[in-house]
Design a protein around this ligand. Structure first.
Ligand code: UTP
Length: 286
């Protein structure tokens, strides 16, 4: 079945990025001049996703406004001849059909994803975390997972290699190498010590799930942090279904993390012809 749907959880408090996130959703943090969430929606659209459900919460209406046409602003841009930015703004509204649902209580990522059950309607679907950008020189990272799903007909998680000393921050995969970046998952180990870690392949913010994940999410009790954890549901699903990991050709930038945010801002600015030379000149001062 062709994958055309994606769920983007964007309801969290974003406590690692306070005080900014007190009034502004962390998914709208700009990297140069574009909010993180727009990069995420563009990644999905570039992979052929036509329908996106964004999970939001109270105080996050600015997300809806960002993807909704602002006619008064457009009239002003027409009147002042700012055609280039006008064209860019108009493409935002046409990236995909965007739907919203409120997660009324912030009960964790697993609970957020469960809010996508009616939307998925029995079809496989992608999950892209709303605070993480991915980049790739080959194809959009979520497209890579869609291809892996089509090959295996099973749920697939994105994997990224990290230095061994960082494994304890992530969900780590113990997998059997199938070649071409594909790993058959034997176990998921959540935030292991270096000694306990079965590999340095960590789950990297993008997932492609068969609809059965909802059966497991519905049965998942509250876990770490008293939240419903997506990884707990994945553990349960793995006992009864094959799951794969795919080592992505690309990188992720976790913008909810301050250091990654600063690095991504510099890196993305250096890719821009209008900024590159000035940024390089500025960096030389330090
Ligand atoms: P994080 O765990 O990074 O988000 O979840 P957080 O809880 O907002 O951040 P910190 O740790 O307090 O700084 C990854 C993604 O999942 C969403 C977040 O909005 C983020 O985009 N999320 C998380 C939800 O939608 N609902 C939740 O209950 C938790």
């Amino acid at each position: 079945m062709k994958v055309t749907k994606a769920v983007i959880p964007a309801a969290g408090f974003g406590t690692r990025f306070l005080p900014f996130t007190k009034a502004v959703p962390k998914e709208l943090i700009p990297v140069v001049d574009k909010p993180v969430l727009q990069y995420v929606v563009e990644e999905a659209a570039a992979a052929g996703i036509t329908d996106i459900l964004i999970i939001i919460s109270s105080g996050k209406n600015a997300i809806q406004e960002h993807f909704y046409p602002n006619q008064e602003l457009e009239r002003r841009l027409v009147a002042t001849g700012k055609d280039e930015i006008l064209t860019e703004l108009r493409t935002i509204d046409t990236l995909a059909n965007i739907h919203y649902i409120y997660q009324k209580e912030l009960n964790g990522l697993g609970d957020a994803v469960l809010h996508g059950k009616t939307f998925a309607n029995g079809e496989p679907f992608a999950i892209l975390l709303g605070d993480t950008i991915t980049t790739s020189d080959s194809s959009p990272v979520i497209k890579q997972l869609i291809s892996a799903y089509e090959k295996t007909n099973s749920s697939v998680v994105a994997l990224e290699e990290v230095p061994m000393e960082k494994v304890s921050r992530y969900g780590v995969v113990d997998g059997e190498d199938q070649g071409d970046g594909l790993y058959k998952v034997k176990r998921f180990v959540e935030k292991p010590s270096i000694e306990e870690a079965p590999s340095n392949l960590v789950i990297a913010s993008r997932y492609l799930f068969a609809p059965e994940i909802f059966d497991y999410l519905e049965k998942t009790p509250r876990g770490k942090g008293n939240e419903i954890q997506l990884t707990d549901a994945m553990h349960a699903m793995l006992k009864e279904h094959d799951m794969y990991g795919f080592k992505i050709d690309g990188r992720r930038h976790d913008i909810g993390n301050k250091l990654d945010f600063v690095k991504a801002t510099i890196e993305f600015a250096l890719k821009r012809d209008d900024l590159k030379d000035q940024v390089l000149e500025f960096i030389k001062q330090f």
